[in-house]
Ligand binder design. Sequence first.
Ligand SMILES: [Zn+2]
Length: 418
Amino acid sequence: MLKILSFFTPKMCAVRFKTLNKCRTSIGLKPLQDYKLLYKAENIDVSSDTDRDWLMPHWAETFNIVKVGKRSDPTFSREIISFYDKDNNIIERLFRQNGMNTRKEIYSKGYKSRTIVTKEFVQPKIEAGINVPLKLKNLAGRWRDRISELQIIEEYPVLKQYIKGKRTDKSPVGLYTKRVEYSPSGDKDSVRNITFTKYPINFGFQDPSDKKVISGTLVKNGKDVELTDVRKTDNLKIDLNDEFLKYRFIDPRSDEGLRLLTDYFIKKRGLEPLHIYVNPSSGSVSESSLGYFWNGELHYSKRLQKLPSSEAVDTVAHEVEHAYQHAQIGRLGKSESRYETEAERLLPPIETNEIKSAVKYAIARDVYPVKNKSMDNPLYRDNYLEVKAREAGGKAKDMYQANKDNYEFFNWFGMHKF
Ligand SMILES: [Zn+2]
């Protein structure tokens, strides 16, 4: 149904409007609202509006428009257009001022979650004096990411809910939000503020101020990222000295998290000079595995994104350990691959107390099975390289989970792709 409400526009300049309001308040009247509704239409079929088709997301079915003006400025207008899909879920909200795009919010639904990405319109650079039509300006500009917010809703149907003493059918819900704000200028990832908020489970009587919040700023520093300015509410038990805190902020399962965590373990093992290649979402990892190391390359499976973050930590530490083992074989002078030769060339000579284990690595390499890399195959399972890599992975995973408060808190927010 199309509803149109039109209002009379009084001709009044800003100065006269202010003067009028001064008079009104001085005699005890309420000041006039400057904003006024100019136009409102709901549930419009996208195909019925060919004027705006260039604004619409292609999967939109219907849209609503609200247009407001100012009493003090008849040339001013602000428009909010909301687009909906065939199931009437909101998919996009576009904000415009005087016919120009200013901002848009893009909504996407996941399982018990939704993400809202806010983009800011960057106007195209046009030389002064050149008259460009509005539509062209809108089309020539670009959108820049400003905020990305993940909202996770957790329902607790087993908990009985009473509101004002009466039993209701409503289940209490918990809300978790992860909000990332990008710097308004420069590279999208150069500076980011991340805020995690855990709202109290809503039984209908909680004070929303009971929410638990932690925030921090991630600043790009060369290949690495630094976590600074960490703040939290007093009611949140978080250990700020946690060695994995930065990775928990980023999420070890994300492409960036996997890369940075790999660098962290590479540094621990002194392998930086080898410039190991990292592919965080590789299509070449077999079904039976979550990652592999081969001749200076680390590949992680996309399946890690759907597993607990502790699995990513385990996998990274495991694969970096393989990188270490092969570097040790190279330093021992038993190079067979390009990577092992590079290790021999670029790393210092092997320490005397490391020779014994390096010899074991070299023997295990020579009998390492080429096929059937599954735990059912004893040649793979009991191979010394595998045994030691599993040990390293398990140790890292234990350390990651040992900090229970931190592990559990950040785990609530799940995997968030930006
Ligand atoms: Zn392995």
